[in-house]
Design a protein around this ligand. Structure first.
Ligand code: ARG
Length: 578
């Protein structure tokens, strides 16, 4: 029997596909498994196989195939098979299902949902990547949250992951900042107000440069100096980096996010000459009024500027250098970049350049794009001065949750910690709750609602499972200690709905990985929480009837395990009490 999973729970799709393929031996079981669907209504069946595609291969009508299979499919896993308008609808034996799922989850524990499909493969994930001396923007939050989730998901599936923060710590903007600092800067102000003050200098630079274009020239000159290793320029730059990093680290700490490497754009400073040389050698660079670029017209893209007239490098140059460096250092199977869709063209150009350089692994570069973020319907722009500081947003979320806790459970222990876990969780979950390419809005009432499709709702449901189990521990339940439980006690509709939801977890995690879409897990968690809350509402858990109580407790434990694993994968904490 094929298990095909890291934690050894029966894979029903594969199991059935193998049985079916033993009847129609000309079709590969994996192909059949891929065709299988979960009917939207369990009255139709638990799994169904559309026979239309098979119909072409087998040269029989879909309903002929379905009725033929129906005759031959019987065993203790299957209760009933119905052939209906070209579909083969399969009803699983519920006792078998309950038994398989509960045992599987209770033995796998923290590993439930994991697989080893990524074994021996390396994925490099470039995420967060804020810009030094500029505020950490909500778009960087989205990149951070999506990247962190993908990192957890890939790791859970056996991949070796490398998380890289490609800090925006190099470029002409630092020349502007140095000029601004010399003209209007004040050390004490910068020490005290950090990025806010650096941003003020940057904005002032732009205002003044409109009146006096010579400022732009001196900014460019300072950046050239930086690239040539000028000590004064580099000392200032380093200071700006330190000040900004201190603020970014506070945010990462709140979010619970880490990186394996902080090789930002400056890291490639001494690696670009070689790239430029290679591009020239491969006849990809073209001179254009003193600047150097790669033409991409035949691929329907604008040219990518690689060197400015003054010899300084650009965002493109550093990204091409970074791709080559990462391939050499990590020998990745995939390199993922997470930014908003405004950078689609940039990454298409970079990939194309790597491809034109003759590297076949260019196809392994993946740009994971996401939509814009607004807050309470208002779009944010650094230039228009519409900045909401992310740290303030997180703090405000924490404060609001603290207020709710004060009202609902004033005696809660670790109030502060829980407020932080739920407040931050609400913000993260909001970012992950719809398809990443969609533009999203952050709305306080929606994101913090304990009843909606939110982080607090899922966390609260998790805490509920903990409360029930803690109460039961006082009853010294054996189900909680790996004891046997009677699957026949969990055959009511509400329990079976939870079991079926639980079963889907492994598949959802894999889907999230394949589609690079953590929202699949976020939405799954809401579905599971809803199924569980419905069960909890209809079925008392701590009943006197011992076998019934034990079985229900086992189910609650399975939900507890799965919610916790899922929350972890999308970067949320799971407090035991709220
Ligand atoms: N710092 C860039 C920005 O804020 C994002 C960098 C993304 N990563 C990369 N390798 N280009 O837009």
């Amino acid at each position: 029997m094929k298990k095909g999973r890291g934690h050894n729970m029966l894979n029903y799709k594969l199991y059935l596909a193998e049985k079916i393929s033993s009847v129609i031996s000309s079709v590969d079981p994996n192909e059949i498994a891929m065709l299988m669907e979960y009917p939207p209504d369990s009255l139709i069946g638990d799994l169904s196989l559309p026979c239309f595609r098979l119909s072409k291969v087998l040269k029989k009508s879909p309903s002929e195939i379905a009725s033929e299979l129906k005759q031959k499919l019987t065993d203790n896993v299957i209760d009933d098979v119905v052939s209906q308008s070209g579909y083969l609808n399969i009803f699983l034996n519920k006792k078998h299902l309950v038994d398989t799922v509960t045992k599987g989850i209770l033995t796998a524990g923290e590993q439930y949902g994991s697989q080893d499909i990524g074994q021996g493969k390396t994925v490099v994930i470039d995420y967060s990547s804020p810009n030094i001396a500029k505020p950490f923007h909500v778009a960087h939050l989205r990149s951070t949250v999506i990247g962190h989730a993908l990192y957890q998901i890939f790791t859970f599936l056996g991949y070796n992951c490398v998380g890289i923060n490609h800090l925006g710590d190099w470029g002409t903007q630092f020349g502007k900042l140095i000029v601004g600092y010399h003209l209007w800067g004040d050390d004490k102000n910068i020490q005290q107000n950090g990025i806010d003050e650096l941003l003020r200098l940057y904005v002032k630079f732009h205002e003044e440069a409109e009146k006096d274009p010579a400022l732009e020239d001196s900014a460019r000159a300072w950046f050239v100096k930086m690239e040539q290793g000028d000590q004064e320029a580099l000392a200032l730059w380093k200071w700006f980096v330190e000040i900004s990093m201190a603020e970014f680290q506070r945010i990462y700490q709140l979010l619970g996010v880490q990186f394996d490497s902080y090789t930002g754009e400056s890291f490639y400073n001494d690696k670009m000459e070689q790239v430029i040389g290679e591009l020239k050698e491969k006849h990809l660079l073209e001179e254009d009024e003193g600047a150097w670029l790669v033409r991409l017209d035949e691929f329907g893209m604008s040219p990518a500027l690689m060197l400015k007239k003054d010899g300084s490098s650009l965002y493109h140059t550093r990204d091409v250098a970074a791709a080559l460096f990462r391939k050499k250092k990590y020998d990745f199977d995939r390199a993922i970049y997470i930014t908003d869709y405004a950078q689609n063209l940039h990454f298409q150009q970079c990939m194309k350049i790597v491809e034109l350089m003759g590297y076949s692994w260019a196809k392994d570069i993946v740009h994971v794009a996401f939509g814009r973020v607004s807050i309470q319907g208002m779009s944010l722009s650094t230039r228009k001065g519409n900045v909401i500081k992310l740290e303030d947003l997180l703090q405000q979320a924490i404060n609001k949750i603290r207020g709710i806790i004060e009202e609902r459970t004033p005696n809660l222990e670790n109030k502060e910690q829980v407020a932080q876990q739920v407040g931050v969780g609400a913000v993260i979950f909001n970012d992950l709750s719809s398809n990443r390419i969609k533009d999203i809005d952050f709305n306080w009432d929606k994101a913090l609602n304990f009843e909606g499709e939110t982080g607090p709702y899922v966390q609260y449901t998790y805490a509920r499972t903990c409360t029930v189990i803690n109460k039961a521990k006082l009853l010294s339940s054996s189900a909680l200690h790996g004891g046997e439980m009677d699957a026949a006690q969990l055959l009511n509709t509400e329990a079976v709905r939870v079991i079926k939801e639980l079963y889907l977890f492994t598949e959802r995690v894999e889907q999230a990985m394949r589609k690079l879409e953590p929202s699949i897990i976020a939405r799954y968690l809401v579905d599971l929480a809803q199924a569980f809350n419905h069960f909890y509402h209809e079925c008392r858990v701590l009943v006197d009837d011992v076998p019934l109580r034990e079985a229900r407790l086992a189910l609650v434990t399975c939900v507890q395990i799965t919610l916790k694993n899922g929350l972890r994968l999308i970067g949320l904490q799971a407090p035991e009490q709220i």
